[in-house]
Design a protein around this ligand. Sequence first.
Ligand code: SAM
Ligand code: SF4
Length: 360
Amino acid sequence: MSKKIEQILLQDQFSKDDIIRLLQSKDDEEKALFVKSSEIKLENIGKNVHFRGLVEFSNICKKDCLYCGIRAGNPKVDRYDIADDQILKAAKFAHEHNYGSMVLQGGERSDSAFVDRITNLLKEIKKLSNNELGITISIGEQSEETYKKWFDAGAHRYLLRVESSNPKLYSKIHPDNDEHSHQTRLKCLKSLQDIGYQTGTGVMIGLPFQTYEDLANDILFMKEFDIDMVGMGPFIEHDQTPLYEHKDGLMNLNDRFRLTLRMIAVLRIIMKDINIASATALQAIDPLGREKALKIGANIIMPNITPTQERANYLLYQNKPCIDEGADDCTNCMEARINMADGEIGYGQWGDSKHFKNRQ
Ligand code: SAM
Ligand code: SF4
């Protein structure tokens, strides 16, 4: 007979089977899981929710991930690359509105002109904010040298999702070539840690072929890798991608949403002091999705401060929220939402991962 959820929640250590059991919990069991994860969040992280002003600066990408709407092989995407002065303007907005931090995210490119451009942008952002704005970057796999260059220029956190810790599943959702290797992804995560970044990873939840055991292994991977921050969200199919052909075998969107909440809750219980982002994709399924995630374990939210005219072209998945709002609307809406989730915005603070500080 399987263990009772209440019994598992009293433990300090969790086996893979315990994690699977928690991930499969429903109704009252799910409620007990969420009560526990909220308590752990409050005890270890407190009520503070930290902002990361998100600039999706370009949808130009050399990769062909089979799930992603802006993959290189999608001819229907209107490609954009926001001019440097617009990126700096968004950074200034984040600084002036006391966001504390920003995220520069975009499609993967690694030619030397691009690397130098990002290096300069990072330096400029540090300058315009008197070193007050913390910077996370998320521009995919790069050489160790590039990661180091960007770190020296002022970025101190990097988000690179492992997408799945299972190499077999990874190979089913990526093209079969050296450009899309699971080994390289792991090597990149290791380089980021060695350089001294607060290192973030994450997975998509509800992918075709994914099992509960895969997800339990993902959580154990994050723990084993001693990751500092996690951003994970539901997989949402996009009809201009190869993975769309598997749409009929997917869990329904609401189940993917609930499972994502349970993943966040279990991760919070197992990694008490890391930063966990409440992913935008949650809001694509449930208008209050991000607030629900904050309540049960997440502590980071990424208001979109990308210039509005480009937002509609960064469609990783369909029904992406907030593509027609300006940065000011986004902040106001965010404030109300965080209050609703009984959180307090950590204005003006970097909101670094406590886990990172604790492991130094
Ligand atoms: N290009 C960089 C990279 O891949 O790390 C950063 C941008 S990429 C668009 C950010 C994340 O979007 C990916 O790590 C992936 O998990 C997520 N993503 C892409 N397509 C998605 C989809 N259809 N549903 C949910 N998340 C998706
Ligand atoms: Fe490019 Fe990132 Fe999308 Fe992959 S997930 S195609 S690397 S933008």
